[in-house]
Structure formats: C-alpha cells, structure tokens
Design a protein around this ligand. Structure first.
Ligand SMILES: [Zn+2]
Length: 198
C-alpha cells in the first residue's frame, strides 16, 4: 500500500461514540464536499452528541468514493459500519442521513424491505407530529445495490435501516436545531417500539 492510499483510508470516515451501548447508528455518507449533502455531517454529529448514539460520518467526497453506491468489498466506510453493527446488541437501528434539493422529508426503505413497518411508521409519525411533512419511497427509495440501507437493512435479523432525505430548509442554520431535536425524538420513540431501554 502506498502512502497516498493509506491516507485516504485513514481519513475515510469519522466515528463518534464508537463504544456506545445504545443500539442506534447514524450515518452520513455524503457529508464531505465537494458535491456534499450540505450540513448532513454536522446534523449527524449533533444527533449523536444529543442522544449518545454512534455516528459514522464520511470524510471523503462521493466524487472519489460514494459510500452509498460501492460494494462492501471496496468500501472502507461499509467495512467499519459492519464492525460497529457486530458490536451492537440487536435489534439495531441505522439511519442514513442525506440532503435532497426540495420537497418533503423522504424516508427511503427500498420499498419497505429494510425496516419493519412498525419502525418506519414510528419514524414517520414522530416527524409528522413535530411538524415535518414526510413521504416514503417516492423518489429516493435507495433500492439499488450498494446503498447503506440495502447493504445492511434486514429486519428479520434485527437490523432496521432507513435512509432519510432532508430538504435544504431543514438543514439550514435556522432549522438545524429543530431537526436535531426531532431526530432525537425519533430515536427515543423507535427504541420504545423496539422495546429497548435506553
Ligand atoms: Zn446523499
């Protein structure tokens, strides 16, 4: 391995709360510019700080390595995520945070295959009761191979994974704190649905 390659690998991601006992992992695969989903890294980090969940945040731009496209064998981010999942008790919740250009919040579940209906319903209801408009699997279903939720979401094995696309206003300076607060409620409510004591 040459030095350049090593540098890319060691800086491919940032982990927050790596040893957290809370069975929730928040990922931000498109956090790094250029061509980032703006502020998704900061939002993900803040959710982890607020809730104590583990966060995994990309430190390489998708234009070099798209962690929501690559196959596990070529992907340092997914290899790390796999290790984190293995350390957690099941059931576990994975939320992959993204940014879309406009419209409602969109939950991607690869057509209802990556999480149980109870978990998906709890995420949607919590967001809606906090004033967010939410749609499911409309445009961003994340159903192609290589997405985080497709690669790991397997409700029968106790792994629930949902991709969340936030429109720009919910990632803006004005709404940032509100979005983090709603996501903290989402995590609390899903833990209750999964019957996990925090
Ligand atoms: Zn994205």
């Amino acid at each position: 391995m040459n030095i350049k390659e090593h540098n890319v690998k060691s800086k491919a991601y940032l982990v927050i709360n790596p040893k957290s006992a809370i069975p929730v992992i928040i990922t931000a695969t498109h956090a790094q510019p250029p061509n980032s989903d703006k502020h998704t890294g900061e939002i993900t980090e803040s959710i982890a700080v607020e809730t104590g969940a583990t966060a995994l945040i990309a430190k390489v731009s998708r234009i070099y390595m798209d962690f929501n496209r690559l196959d596990l064998k070529d992907d340092p981010f997914k290899k790390k995520l796999k290790k984190i999942i293995e350390m957690k008790r099941k059931p576990v919740l994975i939320l992959d945070i993204h940014g879309k250009k406009y419209g409602k919040v969109e939950l991607g579940t690869a057509n209802g295959t990556t999480a149980t209906q109870d978990v998906i319903g709890s995420v949607k209801n919590t967001m809606e009761s906090n004033g967010m408009e939410v749609t499911i699997d409309e445009k961003f279903r994340a159903s192609h191979n290589g997405t985080i939720i497709k690669s790991f979401g397997s409700p029968n094995d106790g792994i629930n994974a949902i991709q969340i696309e936030f429109p720009p206003e919910l990632r803006s300076k004005d709404k940032f704190k509100y979005t983090v607060k709603v996501m903290s409620s989402v995590i609390s409510n899903v833990l209750m649905v999964l019957k996990i004591e925090k």
